[in-house]
Write a protein that binds this ligand. Structure first.
Ligand SMILES: Nc1ncnc2c1ncn2[C@@H]1O[C@H](COP(=O)(O)OP(=O)(O)OP(=O)(O)O)[C@@H](O)[C@H]1O
Length: 774
């Protein structure tokens, strides 16, 4: 390689392509993903192409500048030869004229041709290296003001900085994307910080794991008991505990876990005293909060305390409306007459208690009448307070007194259908901006008189805190849920803790009404709930069947059932295969491909597109995997691929997939396809809050690790009309007897009971980033 680059020392043997950048074709800001066209001037690869499309995770580059790109050729099935860039750097001008041209270009504000000439005359062809090595080099240039010299130095550093950092980071095996992320945090301090203390990456770069930093530290011979290593290990363990659903870790537990992580027997062991000292240090730096013998990550500490304070505030408020039991009896009587039904005793009590409470919890398994009670509450409240229940009678000046919401879009939709009232997701209700901010908070609270939240078991401590801070005193709140379902995916077990604290009024509905209509599914759910499920419970009924299947037959049997249902005219949206695991031979990915092959096979009439290992085809059922509030689609929403566009068929010049989510069409450029996946088969966790006419539930031994009572209970209660379990009967029966032993460390119950929550922090804003870690 003959060209001069600033930082080419470690890359001499790497394959490269050098060329002038003609034009940026595409750039995605969030992903730092770019596509560009170059004219090739030199390469050590076996090729004679003279123009090339390059792509990779880099920021927009300067058109007209020459770069050297390290990476590899890829033969794209449709677009032919492309270069996948792993690393790049700008090629410095090789001649005196080129250097003058470069320094006097628009990149360097305030440097004209004459000044550039003086710089090159004074410092020679290595001018840029000299300047970057030592800013004082510029002092030798005649007639260059200090201000201009500073400006030039800073711009040079900015332009060259990232490339320089990226090349150094590549020796640790970091790709462009991660390098960008690190550079954004540390800027030109990156290399100095990393060389001095790679563990800073764990503290400052979101998602950067301890083990990676540890490897870097080892290359730099940092001692195994270096304080920053111990601190990073503790913080890493705390972050892991959050993913496991804990809101805190007991100090002892944290010490034991960090000890297991660090004391591998290779070096002199690190004592608990050394670790404790560093935990205290982390506390002083506010990376953690220490509360007696408990260690919290800040967001969880603020969320748990904030939630408690808001509960206390709401409970201390005044009830705006009072009524006598006689009034209520009269109104209930007329509702019963109108609806031609009579409320059970526990249902009546639940309605009465809710109307008399500032904050109330309603629980019950499937078919016990939770929805019936919600409707009864709305009707009774309206009658008692002489307000209309017709949403049309309200507008922005006079908002609806009833505010209904649920954690998922599907659950909110069901709420709307069953109550006739508008309901939204909790995120939407709170005006979430998709990142960290919620429009609704204590300064801009919710409007309305009665707030009803369904599927509350799914709400984690962050969302609970955000929701409750936006509840004005005087608004009555009803939380509805099924305590036997899985806890929230995020940290905490809010519903279970609220119930266990016994500090709030609550009603538990136990009588099953839908069973009276002959539902085996509901009977089975209650048998599981009450630990009464036996082989007899699995006998065939009109709405239930257990089909025995060996593991190697499972995929065939499941696809056969799905196909048969579709042939009978059942809508794919109404039928769901639910599986607990993704990556086994009978996991979600495998079953999805198998089902796709049968129900939406390859065909000349249907376009498809490959992304990672997945084929997406027109007509496929897909599920959204992340929240995209700007487009109004959320994690868990189900849609259908309605169109696939080729690169040349749209103005953006990239392949696109269009998904229809209940009438809302969202366009995904190909590279964003990891935001959706096939949804013929989805995880039981993702099905929380959704219901389907038909559920097919494979249960085999290889899922054993996941087979727990609350998981299977959640799965079967998703089905409304038909449930087909197939697989191993004993694995199912053992599963429904296995309790979830994954204890979650939370302090909500005790805090509510002991009423010892610390005052709100002076800077309330500190509380405003619970989603930082998500
Ligand atoms: N008191 C009652 N008398 C007669 N039928 C009732 C009564 N309460 C509820 N039902 C009926 O029982 C069925 C289940 O009630 P509902 O949908 O309110 O329960 P749910 O707890 O919300 O159920 P799920 O959680 O499964 O949706 C409905 O068909 C409802 O009409």
């Amino acid at each position: 390689m003959t060209q001069q680059t600033l930082f080419s020392e470690s890359n001499e043997d790497r394959p490269y392509v050098k060329g002038e950048l003609n034009r940026m074709i595409f750039h995605n800001e969030a992903e730092h993903f770019s596509i560009a066209a170059i004219t090739v001037s030199e390469t050590n690869e076996d090729t004679d192409v003279d123009s090339l499309v390059i792509k990779g995770h880099f920021s927009p580059l300067e058109e007209g500048e020459t770069y050297i790109f390290y990476g590899q050729f890829r033969n794209h099935p449709k677009f032919g030869l492309q270069y996948e860039v792993e690393m790049y750097n700008r090629v410095l001008p090789e001649t005196k004229d080129g250097l003058i041209h470069y320094l006097s270009s628009d990149l360097f504000h305030g440097i004209g041709k004459r000044t550039a000439e003086r710089i090159v005359d004074q410092l020679g062809e290595q001018a840029i290296s000299f300047i970057l090595e030592d800013r004082a080099a510029l002092d030798k240039v005649p007639k260059l003001t200090k201000e201009k010299a500073d400006q030039l130095y800073n711009s040079l550093k900015e332009h060259q900085g990232f490339e320089h950092v990226m090349i150094h980071l590549s020796q640790y095996g970091f790709g462009l994307k991660l390098s960008q992320k690190i550079y954004e945090v540390f800027k030109d301090q990156t290399l100095a910080i990393i060389e001095e203390d790679p563990y800073q990456l764990v503290f400052k770069v979101e998602g950067f794991g301890f083990h990676r930093a540890d490897e870097m530290a080892r290359m730099q011979n940092l001692s195994h008991d270096h304080p920053t290593r111990l601190r990073a290990a503790c913080l890493y363990m705390m972050q892991k505990s959050m993913s496991a659903g804990h809101t805190y870790l007991p100090t002892e537990e944290c010490l034991v876990q960090v000890d297991q992580l660090l004391n591998t027997g290779l070096e002199a062991s690190i004592s608990f005293d050394q670790l404790s000292e560093q935990i205290i240090h982390l506390g002083q730096e506010k990376y953690v909060y220490i509360e007696e013998e408990r260690i919290y990550l800040p967001t969880l500490y603020f969320a748990e305390n904030g939630f408690c304070r808001n509960i206390e505030r709401i409970l201390e408020g005044e009830l705006e409306t009072q009524h006598t039991q006689a009034d209520l009896m009269k109104i209930i009587g007329s509702i019963e007459e109108e609806e031609a039904m009579s409320y059970g005793e526990d249902q009546f009590n639940a309605i009465e208690k809710t109307l008399q409470s500032k904050l109330m919890i309603l629980t019950g398994g499937p078919g016990t009448g939770k929805t019936t009670v919600i409707k009864g509450i709305i009707q009774s409240y309206a009658e008692l307070n002489d307000v209309s229940i017709d949403p049309e009678d309200y507008d922005s000046d006079q908002p609806l007194p009833f505010v209904l919401a649920a954690p998922t879009g599907r659950a909110a939709k069901r709420m709307t259908e069953s109550t006739g009232m508008p309901a939204s997701t909790i995120h939407r209700l709170l005006g979430w901006d998709g990142h960290e901010q919620f429009e609704r908070n204590q300064n801009n609270p919710l409007e309305g008189k009665v707030l009803i939240i369904d599927e509350f078991s799914m709400v984690d401590i962050w969302l609970a805190n955000q929701l409750f801070r936006a509840v004005p005193s005087g608004m009555q709140v009803l939380l509805v849920g099924d305590e036997d379902q899985l806890p929230s995916v995020g940290p905490g077990q809010v519903l279970a803790d609220l119930l266990a604290s016994e500090q709030l009024p609550s009603s538990k509905l136990t009588e099953v009404y839908r069973q009276k209509e002959g539902s085996k599914i509901i009977q089975l759910a209650h048998e599981i709930k009450n630990n009464q499920c036996t082989a007899v419970s699995l006998a065939k009924e009109h709405d239930f069947n257990f089909i025995p299947a060996r593991e190697n037959q499972l995929a065939d049997i499941v696809t056969h059932i799905v196909k048969k249902a579709i042939d009978k005219g059942i809508n794919l949206r109404e039928l769901q295969v639910l599986v607990p695991m993704y990556r086994t031979e009978v996991g979600i990915h495998k079953l999805n491909s198998e089902i796709q092959r049968v129900v939406n096979p390859k065909s000349k009439q249907k376009r498809d597109i490959q992304f990672n290992d997945q084929t997406y085809r027109k007509g496929d059922k897909v599920i959204q995997l992340v929240n995209q509030p700007e487009d109004g689609v959320y994690n868990g929403d189900i849609g259908e691929i309605v169109a696939i566009f080729r690169e040349e068929e749209n103005v953006d010049g990239v392949e696109q997939v269009v998904v229809d989510f209940d009438g809302k069409e969202i366009v995904y450029p190909k590279k964003d396809l990891n935001n959706v996946m096939l949804a013929y088969c989805t995880s039981i966790h993702k099905s929380q809050g959704s219901e389907f006419s038909i559920v097919i539930l494979p249960v085999v031994r290889s899922y054993k690790r996941m087979l727990r009572k609350n998981l299977l209970y959640t799965a079967i209660t998703r089905s409304k009309q038909s449930l087909i379990i197939c697989g191993d009967r004993n694995a199912f029966l053992e599963g429904v007897k296995s309790m979830d032993t994954n204890l979650r460390y939370t302090r909500l119950k005790e805090k509510l009971q002991e009423k010892v929550v610390p005052e709100a922090p002076e800077n309330e804003e500190e509380e405003l980033s619970p989603y930082d870690f998500m």
